[in-house]
Design a protein around this ligand. Sequence first.
Ligand SMILES: [Zn+2]
Length: 418
Amino acid sequence: MKLSDAVSAQAPLVRRLLDGVATIGADPPGITRDAYGRGENEAQALIAEAGRALGMTPSIDAGANLSLRWDSGRDAPPVLIGSHLDSVVQGGNFDGAAGVIAGIGAVAALQAAGLAPKRDIEVLALRCEEAVWFGLGLIGSRSLLARLPAGALELPHARSGLTLAQSIDRCGGHSARLRENTPLRDPRSLGAYLEVHIEQAPQLVEANAPVAVCLANPGNVRHPFIRITGEDAHTGLPHRFRRDAALAGADLSLALERLWLEEEAEGRPMAVTIGRFHTTAARHSLTAVSGGFELSLDLRAYDAAHLAALEKRLDEIAARVAARRNVEIVLGERSAASPGPMDPAIVKGFSAAARRCGIEAPRLNSPGSHDANNFAAAGVPTGMLLVRNRNGSHNPHEAMDTPDLMAAIGVLAEFLTA
Ligand SMILES: [Zn+2]
């Protein structure tokens, strides 16, 4: 069978798996597949069964990630195709799961076309990519590549309250092995890491293209609990005496937005998100100057040196606002993820494969960070395909059309034959 026909023939399998993970995660009006909980575990079991049906060998690593290996009988470094099965609370069905299912679909298509793998192909279902469960994201790929930050194994799960170590052990992992802090797989022994993921912005809708070849994923620096302390005061207090934490919060946020727009104007893409932004609820009122304010900050950029420079700017801006407003600003807890530049040879290879499939695939920066970041940072040649998706992600209205995913599977399968 021609490869393109073999890909089309996998549409029922792909639909069945997409519907399967949707049923598992059903939490109207959205989808919840809790990491290391029932949702992720059952989705992993469904994918394992689909892999077994294709003759792939399942295994669980010390981080409780699932690998399904299609054995080539050859000694070359394997190609990994991965993504995640967990979701945010009441998110959509496709963020993560579509990528794992794309891996299964590509293997099924190659088999149906009668093509033998040139090297082992492994489909990975990585654990807990979403940061909502432990306040830290990309946990499966961090576990695999020894990139968990200190103390991560002691973080509590948002729902079960179990620590990350306990959660991993309950799901068939081996947290004691992760404490050795050496990679579970030597990055030099891995041929490539490929990931298909829905786009989390409407750039492909705008471009009217089903698939894009990703150029880079952003890294981020996050401060979940920035605290500003001024002084509660009467509303009649003249401006020069005020230590207004609320206006300092606004000042800080707007200064960061100005930095963002300046950087972009200079051709350095980045983003600033103030997700939480509030006065101290126990004390705020219509008739008081707020002495307490809290906000969260996610700062992202596509290049490690740029991100480091932005962090320095953040410190300067916070110091300037604190001095101007006579408040104290504590950035507090910090987490970070490395940017994930894609491998130039894979970018070219994906573009060529898309052309052979008759698809005009633009090249785009990904708005989101993904497990691919950790593989890229560990030196594994990494590539991503982004799939058109309306209404963003991390919400119940996420919308990917199956034919668009089939187009991505076609490009992936075509790439794997090259
Ligand atoms: Zn995702």
